[in-house]
Design a protein around this ligand. Structure first.
Ligand code: GLN
Length: 309
């Protein structure tokens, strides 16, 4: 196996040279202020080693990557009953699309598109005030990383709320079908805050360890979810984690991944590693442009693929 201690700095240096960095998301005004030159990468191996390069300790907005953690919590709460309200198929549409909801009676295609993730927050609101649900999500992420310094960037949450017309449309539309039990305002309050959680690549790689290790936190040996649930979450990441770019990510990188419009991607090599990359410029599908390229190169060098023998 190639030496990660050499591979990652070389990859970060190569990425620093590139000028084709994509465009930072500006529809959330606060995200538009981020320097597109940033690049960080972190790999947490199941043997306990963590190797990083570039801006791996700088916190960024994890955005839709948070949907992995809210899905995990919602499955813990209601189990397979969740699938009565959310599907498990790729949408083949942008993350904030509304078109399928009318024909499919307010049931979002999967938990990673915005509509699906808003239903997931509705599940997390059961018996909770929004503040408690937000606290539960944040504490879960702090527990997974063993790091209680992780916080929510309230400016990002407020910025998204101020311009979140589409998400309000999605929530109201689903409510009209009876697939949102709380007021859109409440579900979106939770949603905007969990999307605004700020983490570094290192912290994110640590948070994903349970998915690379059959549902166990490799550092403590404690079970976070069953091995079967971990496999199923990974299957959804592979098929839906990059929206209408999911097929291309599977083709190029060959591992389950989840992107966010803050420019982060969490990628999992089952049994081997949890890795996070951050480069704020996005491609046409709203996925980190250089982040995807860096993971493609890294997977190739390391021969990491779920399709490899
Ligand atoms: N793809 C994303 O990261 C989208 C998340 C963002 N908070 C939104 O709702 O638009």
């Amino acid at each position: 196996m190639a030496d990660l201690e050499e591979v990652l700095p070389a990859l970060a240096a190569e990425m620093a040279e590139r000028s084709d960095r994509g465009e930072v998301a500006t529809y959330i005004p606060q995200l538009g202020k981020i320097d597109p030159k940033r690049f960080g990468i972190a790999v947490a191996l199941t043997d306990g080693r963590v190797v990083t390069a570039g801006d791996a300790d700088e916190a960024f907005s994890i955005q839709s990557i948070s949907k992995i953690f809210t899905l995990t919590l919602a499955l813990g709460k209601v189990g397979d009953a969740l699938w009565r309200r959310v599907g498990r198929e790729p949408s083949g549409n942008p993350f904030n699309s509304i078109v399928q909801l009318e024909r499919e009676l307010g049931i979002p295609r999967n938990p990673f598109i915005n509509a699906g993730a808003i239903v997931v927050t509705d599940v997390l609101l059961a018996d909770h005030q929004p503040r408690e649900a937000i606290g539960e999500i944040l504490r879960f992420i702090q527990f997974l990383t063993d790091d209680d310094t992780i916080i929510i960037d309230r400016d990002v949450a407020a910025s998204e709320r101020a311009t979140g017309f589409r998400n309000f449309a999605l929530a109201n539309y689903m409510r009209s079908f009876g697939n949102l039990t709380h007021e859109p305002e409440m579900a979106l309050g939770v949603y905007f805050h969990h999307c605004a959680i700020a983490m570094s690549a290192r912290q994110l790689a640590l948070a994903g360890r349970f998915l690379s290790h059959g549902g166990l936190n490799p550092a403590t040996g404690h079970s976070v979810v069953s091995a079967e649930r971990a496999r199923r979450i990974l299957a959804l990441m592979l098929t839906c984690g990059h929206y209408d770019g999911s097929g291309d990510f599977a083709f190029r990188v060959g591992i389950p991944g989840k992107s966010g419009v803050g420019g982060g991607i969490l990628g999992i090599v089952p049994g081997v590693a949890s890795m996070a990359v951050w480069s704020p410029g996005l491609n046409e599908n709203g996925n980190s442009k250089l982040g995807s390229i860096a993971l493609e190169k890294l997977a190739k060098i390391m021969n990491w693929s779920i399709f490899a023998p």
